[in-house]
Design a binder for this molecule. Sequence first.
Ligand SMILES: Nc1ncnc2c1ncn2[C@@H]1O[C@H](COP(=O)(O)OP(=O)(O)OP(=O)(O)O)[C@@H](O)[C@H]1O
Ligand SMILES: [Mg+2]
Length: 259
Amino acid sequence: MATRLICVTSGKGGVGKTTVVSNLASALTELGQNVIAVDANLTTPNLGLHLGYHLAGKTLHDVLRGRAKLNQAIYSHPYGFKILPASMSVNDLQNVDVGRLPSAVLGLMGKADYVLMDSAAGLGREALYAMQASNEILVVTNPDLPSVADALKVVKIAERTDKKVLGVVVNRVQRKWHELSDYEIEKTLGHKVLVTIPEDKNVAKAITLKMPVTEFAPTTESSLAIKQLAHNLVGREFHYPKITTAKNLIERLASWMTG
Ligand SMILES: Nc1ncnc2c1ncn2[C@@H]1O[C@H](COP(=O)(O)OP(=O)(O)OP(=O)(O)O)[C@@H](O)[C@H]1O
Ligand SMILES: [Mg+2]
């Protein structure tokens, strides 16, 4: 099985990487892909929290310390994908060599169609190793200047290390006048905006329930955006579902009544 190793990363923190990884894992699974979501954010891991694996027994920390085999730290999520969580315990931060991440991730080759790595933000050691462990990079940003300026650094490092930048995911978009447009973001980063995910209260609600928003609210705009991104990755066309509004219901009724 050919495995795509994709690092989901950002310059600035808190822009939505973990949200993208947990939901993309679910959306790719819906498209029949085998997915392993990896929490490569070893100092402030959140993927387990988003998906209900925050109390997992063996974790990536154990694997990196040589205290567990890779298979012992991979769990099957009820929504069909697999998750390799990191430990949330402060005690587990000691004696972990993040430099072993790339070789650990290599052990996932052939085990899935997609390995999605939830990276730490920025260009610290753990973020750089997560990037090194992957072949392809998805850059997440918000539509504001600080996020995009920091994203540019990540793009430059990815390019210098010969990683394929798949494109940009712009998250928390509200289409306010002060936000950067897709065009401005593409001009700055030199890569295509693959999808824009709107600001959506359902995202926080889904996280509280420890489930992907694509499952919590499958037809909300943010879910549809993630599904569009999943289609894009597998090279399939995405058709937005037709939503029956009161207006087109009346039109249909009228045409039915008038023959
Ligand atoms: N599209 C969205 N609409 C509304 N809220 C969102 C959206 N995306 C993310 N959020 C909120 O932003 C918070 C941060 O998101 P997330 O944890 O995915 O960011 P991150 O980039 O992984 O952060 P870190 O850099 O700390 O790892 C989440 O708790 C969530 O509530
Ligand atoms: Mg995160």
